[in-house]
Design a protein around this ligand. Structure first.
Ligand code: FAD
Length: 510
């Protein structure tokens, strides 16, 4: 499609997404699943093959399972039984999820797999297209694109989402504040060949001035990371192999003979968050909305989860089913998640500082992690499995992600996440509550009704333990519970209709 090729609606597309990173690609796929037309514009001419992230956590694996694409990721990565909080090991085994263990997988592989899925769904990605201008009016947003090679073009769309990373142009052009705390340390990262490493795995080895890691990345390659706390580098200075070598020698007393760098980068512990995730027709997601110290491997995960929260809401508004105000719930629900992410990574950065007092604090903290409740609390936070959105109901599942229980339908055996593959809301009746069908009749065009049985009396829920199997659930496309009925009582169909209206828009046929 050409930039100024305006269709009969006066729009080039429904949604323009800036940035083809993990967040932008996931959002594009969610929108396409809901039948929304979307164009992703990406400033790069092609992928660099570089990988910042090296892993995905439980909730992201569940989200991919909810869309039926998890096997592709499992086949390309490796499950590992542990995670960490500031280098102190957390045990993930036995956590209440079908996918409790973190998956080690390079960001470049994650992006390739998401891009393949996006292509299957008909997402258009426009490479070499940098967002350089944004204008909003009553009906639309006009995105101006430019590259060194081509004359600027424009795309007119109903909405634009900035998934364009920590230095987001979309955020800046929209005048959205990015308050937070500045960096207090400097980390250097290099993917190098490392012939003289005395051990296979060095992780956050503490020494005077900071700590360093050397981790096997893939055959023949190691990732070396140094973290120094006595200075803060200028974020615009380029990082070089020599900087990394000098830093490693300062910390480890040797450079382990490292050579042949294929990627050198620098990062710090600055932590900032967009004051608003929505400004009219412009929204932000992923690193564009939050940056932080990459401790515990959470940023990509939270970005993908932002996308899954926003996708179905934006689709519903674009299709004219839900009012625009539904988009405000994206900020209401996801801003606190980002805030907690900044908070926990600030804590991890502080705990990683050098010095004898910090050694003592880490020892105390390390003993606390041995307590099952502390381990459970921290892994719930790092995996984002404990996220609960504000909910009107006091049912323990309301606002939480639904457990992936095994189910029997009249025709088949299935499980909850399989029901979510089409990314549509599901009204799940587990006790043959005939009145639910009547109550939800007006939403039949947009909500799938499923009658099933769960053979388990109780369902496992992270951060809670076990709860009695509910009688019925209204599940949003992102897997969070919009309404729940407890076993034993009479389902509150009035509350069900309120939830249907709140999340999926009013209906004329009630
Ligand atoms: C050392 C390190 C290790 C990490 N490890 C992990 C980990 O293990 N797990 C984890 O979850 N996270 C990790 N992270 C964080 C993770 O890499 C990021 O959170 C993730 O890349 C964010 O994805 P995104 O799509 O929001 O942004 P990005 O990946 O930054 O993608 C943004 C895209 O937008 C494009 N773009 C930018 N400006 C424009 C423009 N004006 N117009 C058009 N396109 C534009 C960019 O080229 C880019 O392709 C790590 C980060 C670092 C630094």
């Amino acid at each position: 499609m050409q930039g100024n090729d305006v269709g009969h609606t006066g729009m080039d597309t429904d949604v323009v997404i800036a940035g083809a990173g993990p967040t932008g690609l996931m959002l594009a796929c969610e929108l396409r699943l809901a039948g929304v037309d979307v164009v992703v514009v990406e400033q790069l001419a092609q992928r660099t093959g570089e990988s910042r992230a090296g892993g995905m956590h439980s909730r992201t694996l569940e989200v991919l399972d909810q869309r039926g694409i998890l096997d592709r990721f499992l086949a390309a990565g490796q499950l590992t039984p542990v995670g960490h909080f500031s280098g102190l090991w957390l045990d993930f085994d036995g956590f209440e999820s079908r996918h409790a263990l973190p998956l080690m997988i390079l960001q470049s592989t994650i992006e390739r797999l998401l891009e393949e899925w996006a292509a299957e769904l008909g997402v258009r990605v426009r490479w070499s297209s940098e967002v350089i201008g944004i204008r909003q009016d009553k009906d639309a947003v006009t995105v101006e694109l430019g590259t060194a090679q081509a004359a600027p073009a424009t795309l007119r769309a109903r909405y634009t989402v900035g998934c364009d990373g920590g230095r987001s142009t979309v955020r800046k052009l929209s005048g959205i504040d990015f308050p937070g705390t500045p960096a207090t340390m400097t980390a250097l990262l290099g993917d190098v060949e490392l012939p003289e490493l005395p051990e296979e795995f060095i992780f956050m080895r503490r020494c005077e001035g900071g700590h360093y890691s050397a981790l096997a990345l893939e055959p023949g390659w190691h990732r070396v990371i140094t973290s120094e706390y006595d200075h803060v580098a200028d974020r615009d200075d380029s990082a070089t192999f020599e900087h990394l070598r000098e830093s490693l020698i300062r910390l480890a007393g040797t450079d382990f003979g490292m050579h042949s760098p294929r990627w050198i980068s620098r990062f710090g512990d600055a932590a900032r968050q967009a004051a608003q995730y929505r400004e009219g027709r412009v929204l932000l997601a992923g690193d564009a909305a939050h940056i932080h110290y990459p401790a515990g491997g959470q940023g990509l995960n939270i970005g993908v989860q932002d996308a899954v929260n926003l996708g179905w809401k934006l689709a519903s508004v674009v299709r004219g089913q839900a009012p625009e105000s539904l988009l405000d719930s994206y900020h209401t629900e996801r801003h606190p998640v980002g805030e907690r992410l900044l908070h926990n990574t600030r804590a991890q950065s502080a705990l990683a500082r050098p010095g004898e007092q910090m050694d003592a604090l880490r020892e105390v903290f390390g003993s606390l992690i041995e307590f099952d409740d502390v381990n459970r609390y921290l892994r719930g936070m790092i995996t984002a499995l404990d996220v609960r959105y504000p909910a009107d109901s006091d049912h323990p599942l309301a606002g939480r992600r639904v457990p992936d229980a095994d189910l029997k339908t009249p025709d088949d055996a299935t499980r909850v996440y399989e029901l979510l593959h089409p990314a549509r809301p599901v009204l799940l009746d587990l006790r043959g509550n005939a009145e639910l069908v009547a109550a939800a009749k007006g939403w039949a065009d947009r909500v799938d009704f499923v009658e099933a049985r769960s053979e388990d009396d109780h369902w496992p829920v992270p951060a809670i333990g076990e709860i009695p199997t509910p009688a019925a659930l209204l599940i949003r496309p992102d897997g969070h519970v919009a309404w729940a009925a407890a076993t034993g009582g009479v389902p509150d169909t009035s509350a069900l209709r309120t939830a249907l209206t709140t999340w999926f828009g009013p209906t004329l046929q009630r």
